[in-house]
Design a protein around this ligand. Structure first.
Ligand code: FEO
Length: 396
């Protein structure tokens, strides 16, 4: 099944309604691997799909042109969700030349046996005439991998933006105006879980893209942006700028609810500050993807855990590891938690704050077995400090 996008440019990808995990990122809404076919004097396939779904891709192409008529396959990004179909694609499209940059060629050659592939290696800014239209290649390193690039078609004002502006969202709809709220919501989740570690490179990519005359942006995942392009570009610019909401994130795990009591007192303390808001997550009831998305616009975060065998509870470690890699814009923090005969959790969390350069607003808030009134008052006071910082940070 294919979908016309614009003037003989068609979507020929795969909608994966079963996808629930993308290398550790929970994807409850499924996903898509978008490939596009340009029919001009030359026939060009832009990006492939995951290897499992390559037969659908080939069927979709064959609805439009015989497979032997495809002249070029552009690979904008070597990650396996787009490239693992390439070995079959290059075998089944016997006359196709693979177009990519030198770094992408090196990566593809590490993953696959590329014997017999014919290559066209392009430089940043290089153009390729395909008839009535031109392909322009613009490198976008680290959005999402070092070899990533955009392919721009100036005559159509259309950009193939690969992972950028994507969403993991299975849908029968292909365009932004059809499911705008979901697309924007999932784009934020996608940004937080995939793109967030490299804000400087995102801003550089946005600056490059701002010089292109754009009407249509076709990412490698999710819907095509055409009616609401300014919204998604503005959102990317906001997310990459590190601007935060006046919000405190409170994350905790608990054995017997004492740490929950501290978390709720911290929450109340945040709300004592006019203008501050708080989000409270018991982490075993949430996904890592949801937690880091909530952190993507938070400047302040409290992390709490009961002490279990002299350290924090295991899911707290998982959250910290996930956050360490994705680097949400948090700057101020608080460790808290209960303990019994031996301490450990709040101390481990505090040591981790040092590693990720989150500055504690005060000493960890701790209690032995059950928080008494003094511990709850200390938690509330610490929450207030975090709330004040959150409001300050949102004004920066
Ligand atoms: Fe859609 Fe970075 O792969």
């Amino acid at each position: 099944m294919h979908t016309p996008i614009k003037n003989n440019i068609s979507w020929v990808g795969y909608v994966d309604w079963t996808l629930r995990d993308f290398h550790g990122y929970d994807t409850p809404r499924g996903g898509t691997y978008n490939s596009y076919l340009i029919q001009d004097e030359k026939i060009v396939l832009v990006d492939a799909v995951k290897g499992l779904y390559v037969s659908s891709l080939l069927e979709n192409i064959a609805e439009l042109v015989p497979l032997e008529k495809v002249d070029y396959v552009v690979c904008n990004h070597a990650e396996l969700d787009h490239s693992s179909g390439l070995p079959v694609v290059m075998r089944k499209l016997p006359n196709a030349v693979l177009v990519c940059n030198a770094r992408c060629q090196k990566t593809l050659s590490a993953y696959y046996d590329t014997t017999g592939w014919r290559w066209k290696i392009v430089e940043d800014g290089e153009k390729l005439e395909i008839g009535r239209r031109t392909l322009e290649f613009h490198f976008t390193p680290m959005v999402h991998w070092p070899e990533s690039m955009f392919t721009y078609v100036p005559e159509e004002k259309l950009l193939f933006s690969m992972d950028a502006f994507g969403q993991h969202l299975a849908s029968s709809e292909r365009f932004d105006e059809e499911i705008l709220d979901e697309a924007l919501r999932e784009a934020k989740t996608y940004y937080a879980n995939i793109v967030m570690p490299y804000p400087k490179q995102v801003l550089k990519t946005l600056e490059m893209a701002s010089k292109l005359d754009l009407e249509t942006v076709c990412p490698s995942h999710g819907v095509v942006w055409r009616k609401h392009l300014p919204e998604i570009v503005e959102a990317y610019s906001r997310w990459a700028s590190g601007r935060v909401e006046p919000k405190v994130l409170i994350l905790y795990d608990t054995m017997w609810e004492s740490t929950t009591m501290l978390a709720k007192a911290i929450y109340a303390g945040v709300l004592d500050v006019p203008g501050a808001t708080a989000q409270l997550f018991s982490i075993r009831t949430c996904t890592l993807a949801d937690l880091v998305t909530a952190a993507s616009d938070a400047g302040c975060c409290a992390i709490g855990s009961s002490t279990q065998n002299a350290v924090q509870m295991p899911m707290v470690s998982a959250v910290m590891t996930y956050f360490q890699g994705l680097k949400p814009p948090v700057k101020h923090a608080l460790a808290f938690g209960s303990y019994g005969w031996g301490r450990g959790a709040a101390e481990e969390i505090t040591a981790w704050f040092e590693r990720v350069k989150w500055e504690p607003v005060c000493e960890p808030v701790k209690c032995i077995y059950r928080p008494d009134d003094a511990a709850l008052a200390a938690a509330r006071a610490a929450g207030k400090l975090l709330g004040e910082k959150a409001v300050e940070m949102a004004k920066e």
